[in-house]
Design a protein around this ligand. Structure first.
Ligand SMILES: Nc1ncnc2c1ncn2[C@@H]1O[C@H](COP(=O)(O)OP(=O)(O)OP(=O)(O)O)[C@@H](O)[C@H]1O
Ligand SMILES: [Mg+2]
Length: 343
């Protein structure tokens, strides 16, 4: 079931088209990640959904209620949408307790208990209640910002790169904690990130944006293995893109004759595969189909550029263990595990 529907959303700032005709459906209770390069409109999209900004065109509905169309505009504080911004943005002059309880009634006798519960849910020690934001670490501040957003019992949680200022280990732990917490509470979540690995691991539903538009959406697996174009392919991870001919539903290219995911015959296409689809073995001159062109040592791994013996313009980059990496000039047999994706 869809909980959030966006239709034809558009937003300009002067001559800048920040969003252009966005259509999107978000399934209830799901975790959606929006990825795209800096400036592609991710924050603008979240701010429109939250109601902090008005679009120039389009409609937004949440749980069957129209939040915005030509006639209606529900104000932000009545949308029941939680928002954790790129900066966290706690109020610096308020204690952590008052930040978390900001949207709760001051006189509510349950207020203190509720704040303590929210702190426990985001794993913030309750003793931090009377501290100010600058007395917390970056990760603790982001937890407090999340608790503040949870206090309003949101129907939808919008997370705008909330982990980007954290170091790698903490970032992963926070992401897992937040994901589990929101899923357990059944809160539909949209996470914005430029980090493709974060998006692929967090989301059940992935949306790729570029230049204010949605380029593609689907499951992380679909988008990773069947990206719409080469830019999307490279944005989501290392991609090997090679010239091929399609005959009888198979792609014939420098490293084999492999099942393709599009069967229309074509004599000049580009196919995409991921490095983990390539198996590499040492080979003699009779069986080799590739040669190591260059090698860069990176500690645990080496990055190899490997060239096809039959079509020298076709090179691929592979990362291998540095313990048994082949040398520059060594002959190899590369075998591809299909299917390959026709771009
Ligand atoms: N208030 C504003 N006034 C003018 N231009 C704006 C405003 N807010 C955003 N923009 C422009 O709209 C475009 C989209 O910005 P947005 O902040 O949505 O990008 P983003 O995808 O969130 O980028 P990042 O990954 O860097 O956070 C950019 O070109 C930006 O400069
Ligand atoms: Mg942004």
């Amino acid at each position: 079931m869809t909980i959030l529907t966006l239709h034809g959303l558009g937003k300009r700032y002067g001559s800048v088209v920040a969003l252009d005709n966005i259509d999107l459906e978000v399934p209830a209770g799901s975790r959606t990640a929006i990825v795209g390069p800096s400036g592609c409109g991710k924050t603008t999209l979240l701010r429109l959904i939250a109601g902090f900004e008005m679009p120039d065109a389009g409609c937004i509905s949440l749980g069957g209620t129209v939040l915005l169309d030509g006639k209606t505009a529900v104000p932000a504080h009545k949308r029941r949408i939680g928002y954790v911004s790129q900066e966290g943005a706690l109020f610096p002059h308020l204690t952590i307790a008052d930040n978390i309880g900001f949207g709760l009634a001051r006189r509510d006798p349950e207020r203190h208990k509720r704040i303590a519960e929210l702190m426990a849910r985001v794993e913030l020690p309750v003793e931090m209640m009377n501290r100010r934001p600058h007395e917390l670490s970056g990760g603790q501040q982001q937890r407090a910002a999340l608790a503040r957003a949870l206090a309003l019992r949101p129907r939808l949680m919008l997370l705008d790169e909330p982990f980007s200022a954290l170091d790698a280990g903490l970032r992963e732990a926070m992401r897992d904690m937040v994901g589990e917490l929101l899923s357990a509470a059944g809160i539909t979540t949209i996470l914005v990130t430029h980090d493709q690995a974060e998006a692929l691991s967090f989301a059940e539903h992935l949306v790729v944006m570029r230049d204010g538009a949605v380029v593609q959406s689907g499951t992380p697996q679909q988008l990773y293995l069947q990206p719409r174009d080469a830019v999307t392919a490279r944005f989501l991870g290392e991609a090997i893109i090679l010239d091929a001919v399609i005959v009888d539903g198979r792609a014939q290219f420098a490293f084999g004759d492999i099942a393709a995911d599009a069967s229309a015959p074509a004599d000049k296409v580009r196919v995409m595969l991921r490095p983990e689809q390539v198996r590499m073995t040492a080979a003699s001159a009779d069986t080799a189909n590739a040669r190591v062109l260059s090698r860069a040592f990176r500690g645990p791994t080496c990055r190899l550029v490997v060239q096809s013996l039959s079509a020298s313009a076709n090179t691929i980059t592979l990362v291998v263990s540095s313990l048994d990496s082949p040398e520059v000039g060594e002959l190899l047999r590369l075998a591809v595990i299909g299917p390959v994706h026709v771009l």
